[in-house]
Design a binder for this molecule. Structure first.
Ligand code: OAD
Length: 240
């Protein structure tokens, strides 16, 4: 199968799903590679509602450390190239990330759907779930400025439903081309998007450092996102 995305064909729509691998070359640790975050931390301690209920200080410290690290990292050529493509395609491209960093935004992407939340936001524990911006540290005793309730990281934890799933589903239904970049496809529902897109007739491509054979994937570009993505984008923007 060939990658037939045509920048001039307005009937075609591109869905891009990114994972931790796209930020790896910026210096953000992935989760499951050797040296990944889940080697040092137990998921059930720092990434579940039960963990937060048991030891909220530990969880707040974990996300404070990751938030602090954002100041030391910068978008890499993969983020920049996707932003360039998105600006050209406008509403014809949907960018969904599992990442909680802000590197797509800082790379210039005009619209990013963060299905697993964002490090730079907190959410209050009242039913209203007010969103509060946070640039560095969440203090243990900080409360929602709108209602006074306690605050938690605005992160999708295991056992919780990812954010903006209705919008994501609509976009998946419409896409003619689906690309997943730098994700191990271990965590659902994101891991199931490629099969869903394929079943609706989309062409599916994978860009990743390590590639496993996969029946839903039509095309593979193996390599570092920071090298492969800019070339791939260039091929779309200036074909031939
Ligand atoms: P993983 O750490 O599971 O997978 C990262 C993938 O990126 C692996 O397949 C690597 O081979 C690949 N990779 C590493 N460096 C790369 C590079 N320079 N270029 C291209 N690919 C590279 O991360 P995710 O799949 O994003 O969820 O993990 C999904 C979710 O699991 C995360 O959003 C997080 C985690 O638990 C929550 O915290 C809710």
């Amino acid at each position: 199968m060939k990658w037939t995305f045509d920048i001039h064909n307005t009937a075609q729509r591109l869905f891009v799903l990114t994972g931790a691998g796209i930020s790896a070359e910026s210096g953000v640790r992935t989760f499951r590679d050797s040296g990944g975050l889940w080697e040092d931390h137990r998921i059930e301690d720092v990434a579940t509602p039960e963990g937060f209920a048991r030891d909220s200080q530990l969880v707040i410290d974990f996300y404070n450390a990751r938030r602090l690290q954002l100041k030391a990292v910068f978008p890499n050529p993969a983020h920049l190239a996707l932003a360039r493509l998105q600006k050209q395609l406008g509403e014809r491209m949907t960018l969904v990330t599992q990442n909680v960093d802000d590197l797509h935004e800082r790379g210039g992407s005009p619209k990013v759907i963060h299905m697993h939340g964002e490090l730079l936001k907190l959410r209050c524990l009242s039913l209203a779930e007010h969103i509060v911006e946070v640039s560095e540290r969440q203090k243990m005793d900080s409360v929602c400025p709108q209602c006074g309730a306690g605050l938690r990281p605005h992160i999708t934890w295991f056992g919780e439903i990812p954010m903006q799933m209705e919008l994501i589903q609509q976009e998946l239904l419409q896409c003619s081309h689906f690309v997943y970049i730098g994700t191990s496809s271990q965590v659902y529902p994101a891991a199931g998007f490629k099969a869903f897109a394929k079943s609706r007739g989309a062409i599916v491509m994978c860009i990743n450092l390590d590639v496993e054979p996969d029946s839903h994937t039509d095309l593979v570009l193996q390599g570092k996102a920071g090298e492969v993505v800019p070339n791939w984008v260039q091929g779309i923007l200036a074909p031939g």
